[in-house]
Design a protein around this ligand. Structure first.
Ligand code: KIV
Ligand code: NA
Length: 266
């Protein structure tokens, strides 16, 4: 049982093999996903929505993220664990180091932060301290109030260019992975090609290096409005294990995401 590392994820991208990722927030689901071969488990601040019942990720605290990261880490033997830095927990480099250290000491192997070029100095410092960083561009839910809602990003040529530049800047600063959320498929493909590091898409088209879904969405547990990029893998399969197997198969083959899960540019 060889644990997943960032080098292995780089190798998967280089070989053109898709990376499979799901969120998890507790030991039992994390253990199941891990045993089934999910490569990256993201302890997302989406737990504010799906676990805590908030309408955004803004109320989530670093202590809550550390608690769920520790729960997940106890269930995992092989998968690569990413912990989300929550809202306003990386407003200075000192805060970012302190809060990232807490997630790493809780069992994360990488931390994720939302935003572009303005984070570069921070990414460099974290990386130098042995804290690998995953960027997150496109729809960044912690900025829902500045974005004016949960909207698809990068639809115009100018907006797309800005996101591509942010991606290149984050990579140059030392980011080792990049989540792309709710952008046109063409932009997802362009960024993935321009970067050496892997991209993990959620509503970013089939050409990203891998795909991630919120586990509740992948298992049909969405009481509210279902975003376009979501697919329920439980309904057609009937058991959680078969649903996860189908998700892995469809990500690996490129069948998911299909055109109906994707966004187009203006
Ligand atoms: O919090 C989360 O689950 C995420 C993914 C949607 C990428 O950031
Ligand atoms: Na998140």
């Amino acid at each position: 049982l060889v644990p997943l590392t960032i080098s292995k994820l780089m190798k998967l991208k280089a070989e053109g093999q898709k990376i499979t990722s799901l969120t998890a927030y507790d030991a039992s689901f994390a253990a199941l996903f891990d045993q089934m071969g999910i490569e990256v488990i993201l302890v997302g601040d989406s737990l504010g929505n799906v676990i805590q019942g908030h309408s955004s990720t803004i109320p989530v605290s670093i202590q809550e993220m550390a608690y769920h990261t520790a729960c997940v880490a106890r269930g995992v033997k092989r998968a690569f664990i990413i912990g989300d830095l929550p809202f306003a927990s990386y407003t200075s480099t000192a805060e970012a180091v302190k809060n990232s250290a807490l997630l790493m000491q809780s069992g994360a192997q990488m931390v994720k932060m939302e935003g572009g070029a303005h984070l570069c100095e921070m990414v460099e410092v974290l990386t130098h301290h042995g804290i690998p960083v995953c960027g997150h561009l496109g729809l960044t839910p912690q900025s829902v109030n500045t974005l004016g809602g949960f909207k698809v990003q990068g639809k115009s040529a100018d907006a797309a260019k800005k996101i591509l530049e942010d991606a290149l800047a984050l990579e140059a600063a030392g980011a080792q992975l990049l989540v792309l959320e709710a952008i046109p498929s063409t932009l997802g493909a362009q960024i993935t090609q321009a970067l050496k590091i892997p991209t993990i898409g959620i509503g970013a088209g089939p050409d990203c290096s891998g795909q991630v879904l919120v586990m509740h969405d992948a298992l049909g547990a969405f009481p509210g409005r279902k975003p376009k990029f979501v697919k329920d893998f439980l309904a057609p399969t009937g058991t959680i294990e078969k649903a996860i197997t189908l998700y892995i198969e469809e990500v690996k083959s490129g069948a998911f995401p299909a055109p109906e899960h994707c966004f187009v540019a203006n």
